[in-house]
Design a protein. Structure first.
Length: 527
C-alpha cells in the first residue's frame, strides 16, 4: 500500500511540473533538483552563508569592542608639526612632543628613530643631561611601535604613525595617545602641563615659521633679539613698538567702528639699514611669532598664497621680505619713469644695469598682483595680524599695494647717521651689566645655548681690555666723528666693528683709514 501511494504521488508531481499554469513552482523545483544533483554548488552556498555569518559576528564584535574601548579610554591623535596646515593643531603637537620627552620609554626606546638635535629640540629638553655630547641627537619610537607609561595614576599608550594624504608630498606623521580614563579631565591636565612646560622653555627663543612646499608652515626657533640691540634713528623703534602694541590692544575698538582688524607696515630704504632686524626685535619685544612668506618659493601661486596667509593666527607677524623682487618685472601696473636707486660715486655702470628691463627668471613667482591684494585684504583675508613688508625700491611697488588699509605705515630707514654710529660703538663696548644678570638667570634654568653664550661672553671679557664708561663714551665720540653722515649703512659699520670686537681703542683710531678706503668703492658703503 505505501508503494502504491508513493507511485501515485510521483505521478501527481510529474503532472504538476509539466503544467503550464504553475511556472514558479516549476522553476523552484528545477533549481532544487539541480542543487541536489550538484553537491559542489551547494557547498559554495553553504560557505557563502557561513562567511556572511562570520562577517556579521566580526562587525558586531568590533562595534562592541569600540564601545567598550571608548568607555574606558580617551584617544587623541595629533598631526606632526612639520607637515600640518592647521596652526593651532601644530602648536598643540609642539607642546605634546616636548612633554613626551620626559618619559624614558619615549625618549630612550629600544626600537627607535634617530635624528640630529637642533635648536628647536632644545626647547623641549632643558634638562642638565641635554649638555652631554651623547645627547646631541633626538630619539623617538619607530613608527607603529607603542610605548606605555604612567601619568598621575593613569596608564597611557603612545605611538607614532603615518597617514597617506594626497595633499602632501610625503606621508603625514602623527602622534596618538590612548589614556585609560573615564573622561577628558586628565587630557586637559596633560595639555595644560605640556603648554606651560613649552612656554617656560621657550622664554629665550623666538618662534619662526617658513612656508613649506605643501602650502603649510614649517616651524623653527632662533634666539630672541633684544629690542635695544637694533640701532636706528631716535624715536623710530619706540614709534614702531607703541603703534604695534596699540593695535594689538584695540580689537574691540576696530570691531565697534567696523574696520578690519589688520595693520600693515612698509619698511623701505637701502640694504643694511636694519629693516629685517627691527622686525625681529619687535617680534621678540611683543612675544609674537614670525611667519615668513616667500613669494618666490617654487610652486607658490595665488591659491597657495591665500591659503598660507589665511592660516596665520592672530597675534602674529607676517613678513614679506624684498617684495619688490618677487616678480620678474616691477610690481606696478604703470610704466615706471624713474628708478629708486642710490646714486653713488663710481657706480654709474650699476645704475645703468638697474635701469634695464628685468629678464624672465626660472624663479619667477606665479603670484599675481591681484592675488596678493586679495590675500592681504580680500573678503577671506585673515585679521588680527601685523603685516610687514620690506623693499629697497619703494617706487617699483604699485600704489594699490601701498595704500592705507594694506600698508598703513610707511617708514624709511636711511643710511647711518653719526648718532647711530655713536650708539653702535657703545653697544659693542659698553659694560653690559644687564647681560651678566640675564646670563645668571639662564644658567639657573640650565639652558644649554645660553650657557654656551655665557662662556663666549666670559672669554671675550677676559681677552678684551676693561674700559670704564667714560672711556667708552670718549672713544664712541671719536668713532662717530670719523663716520660721514648718511654714507654708510649700519650693517657696514657693524661689519667693521666685528673685526675689532676685543680692541675698542684700535676700532676708534683706525676708522678714519677705513672710511678713506671705502669711499672710492662706492657700492661698498651701503653693503
Amino acid at each position: 500500500m505505501p508503494n502504491h501511494q508513493a507511485a501515485a504521488w510521483h505521478n501527481i508531481t510529474q503532472e504538476a511540473s509539466h503544467s503550464p499554469s504553475n511556472p514558479t513552482t516549476s522553476s523552484i523545483s528545477s533549481t532544487a533538483a539541480y542543487v541536489s544533483k550538484n553537491t559542489s554548488f551547494g557547498q559554495w552556498i553553504q560557505l557563502g552563508l557561513i562567511g556572511a555569518v562570520l562577517e556579521t559576528i566580526r562587525r558586531i564584535s568590533l562595534a562592541v569592542y569600540t564601545k567598550i574601548f571608548n568607555t574606558f579610554f580617551v584617544t587623541v591623535t595629533l598631526q606632526d608639526i612639520h607637515t600640518g596646515q592647521d596652526i593651532s593643531m601644530n602648536m598643540v603637537t609642539y607642546w605634546v612632543s616636548g612633554w613626551l620627552g620626559q618619559f624614558p620609554s619615549w625618549s630612550r626606546p629600544r626600537d627607535m628613530h634617530l635624528g640630529a638635535k637642533s635648536i628647536s629640540d632644545s626647547l623641549v629638553d632643558i634638562s642638565p643631561e641635554s649638555l652631554k655630547l651623547e645627547d646631541s641627537f633626538t630619539c623617538s619610537p619607530s613608527v607603529d611601535v607603542p610605548v606605555t607609561f604612567w601619568y598621575k595614576g593613569h596608564w597611557i599608550r603612545a605611538y607614532r604613525g603615518t597617514v597617506d594624504d594626497k595633499s602632501f608630498y610625503y606621508p603625514v606623521s602623527t602622534f596618538t595617545l590612548c589614556i585609560l580614563a573615564w573622561n577628558k579631565k586628565i587630557l586637559n591636565e596633560l595639555l595644560l602641563e605640556a603648554k606651560l612646560k613649552y612656554e617656560k622653555s621657550k622664554a629665550s627663543y623666538q618662534t619662526v615659521a617658513v612656508s613649506a612646499p605643501n602650502a603649510g608652515w614649517r616651524y623653527m626657533t632662533r634666539g630672541r633679539r633684544p629690542f635695544e640691540s637694533v640701532v636706528l634713528d631716535p624715536g623710530v623703534q619706540e614709534y614702531l613698538h607703541e603703534d604695534a602694541l596699540d593695535f594689538m590692544l584695540s580689537k574691540n575698538w576696530y570691531a565697534s567702528k567696523g574696520i578690519p582688524f589688520r595693520r600693515g607696515y612698509l619698511l623701505f630704504g637701502p640694504p643694511g639699514t636694519g629693516k629685517t632686524s627691527v622686525i625681529q626685535a619687535l617680534a621678540s619685544k611683543l612675544d609674537l611669532p614670525i611667519f615668513i612668506i616667500s613669494l618666490t618659493r617654487p610652486g607658490m601661486d595665488d591659491s597657495s598664497l591665500a591659503q598660507l596667509i589665511a592660516a596665520i593666527p592672530e597675534k602674529a607677524i607676517a613678513l614679506m621680505e624684498d617684495i619688490d623682487v618677487a616678480f620678474s618685472h616691477a610690481m606696478n601696473r604703470r610704466d615706471l619713469g624713474e628708478e629708486d636707486e642710490i646714486k653713488e660715486p663710481g657706480n654709474s655702470t650699476k645704475a645703468a644695469e638697474d635701469s634695464k628691463p628685468s629678464q624672465p627668471s626660472s624663479l619667477t613667482s606665479k603670484v599675481t598682483l591681484s592675488g596678493l591684494l586679495n590675500a592681504l585684504d580680500g573678503a577671506g583675508a585673515q585679521e588680527g595680524r601685523l603685516l610687514f613688508a620690506t623693499t629697497n625700491k619703494v617706487s617699483s611697488l604699485d600704489p594699490a599695494l601701498c595704500r592705507p588699509g594694506r600698508m598703513d605705515v610707511h617708514l624709511e630707514l636711511k643710511l647711518a647717521s653719526k648718532y647711530q654710529a655713536r650708539k653702535l660703538f657703545r653697544l659693542f663696548y659698553h659694560p653690559d651689566i644687564e647681560a651678566k644678570d640675564s646670563d645668571k638667570d639662564s644658567a639657573e634654568h640650565g639652558d644649554p645655548d645660553d650657557l654656551y653664550a655665557k662662556a663666549e661672553i666670559n672669554r671675550h671679557q677676559k681677552l678684551s681690555c676693561q674700559l670704564s664708561i667714560e672711556e667708552v663714551e670718549t672713544l664712541a665720540e671719536r668713532f662717530a666723528a670719523a663716520v660721514p653722515e648718511r654714507e654708510f649703512s649700519v650693517a657696514a659699520l657693524q661689519g667693521y666693528l666685528m673685526t675689532y670686537k676685543i680692541r675698542p681703542r684700535e676700532a676708534a683710531v683706525e676708522i678714519e683709514e677705513w672710511v678713506k678706503k671705502q669711499k672710492p668703492r662706492g657700492a661698498a658703503k651701503i653693503v
